[in-house]
Design a protein around this ligand. Sequence first.
Ligand SMILES: [Mg+2]
Length: 249
Amino acid sequence: MTQTAAAVPWGRLLPEARQEAVGIVDAACVRLWLGEVAARLEAERDFLTQLDAAIGDADHGVNMHRGFTAVMTKIAGIEPATPGQLLKTTGRTFVSTVGGAAGPLYGTAFLQAGEVLGDHERFGPRLLLDALRASLEGVQRIGAASVGDKTMVDALTPALGAYELELRMGGSLETAASGAREAAAEGMRGTIPLQARKGRASYLGPRSVGHQDPGATSTALMFAALEHAVIADRSQRFAGGARRPVSGS
Ligand SMILES: [Mg+2]
């Protein structure tokens, strides 16, 4: 997927400087995203736990929900904060409150993304691509999982590929986030026929086949929340009369 994206030139994009100058994602949008993730994790907690019960130790929903509840409390206490600070706080909170594999893996993903965003008050879709890429690299460094191992990487990798491809084709943040959501969900469903090669599910061998991976499912949930947040954020800005250009960015 990444290879496909790399084969498409950035031809139809605005000049990079202009594009990033649009800087359409700010701390409020990141808070919107994190809040949406928290709400969805609460709604899907039992489902995630059921998935983990089939091939793991039945704690993924509970762990993710506990982690994000702690994240929401923590970030409410840091205002103002830059997008990078919000994501780094999310990562650190995750590492300290979530056990199992999910804590270090998601914690690293958020920390790495936060590092890439640095001190920027706002950022555009290209920097978000770099942040997502750093997240995937962090996850693979910690978990040593590749595509096809039946892990969160099976949702994250195609999401990143679709996001990049959409940007290269001249898409906007919204269409890129939409493509990422779709690809993540497809990757998530694609874990069902796979035999797990990493994590606790791998102990089951062939018996892990036929079950959807919980980590890929929570990752797909985060991309669905991202799409929701960027679209809701744009609607709010238009409704508020702040008509900054967003198309083609
Ligand atoms: Mg588990």
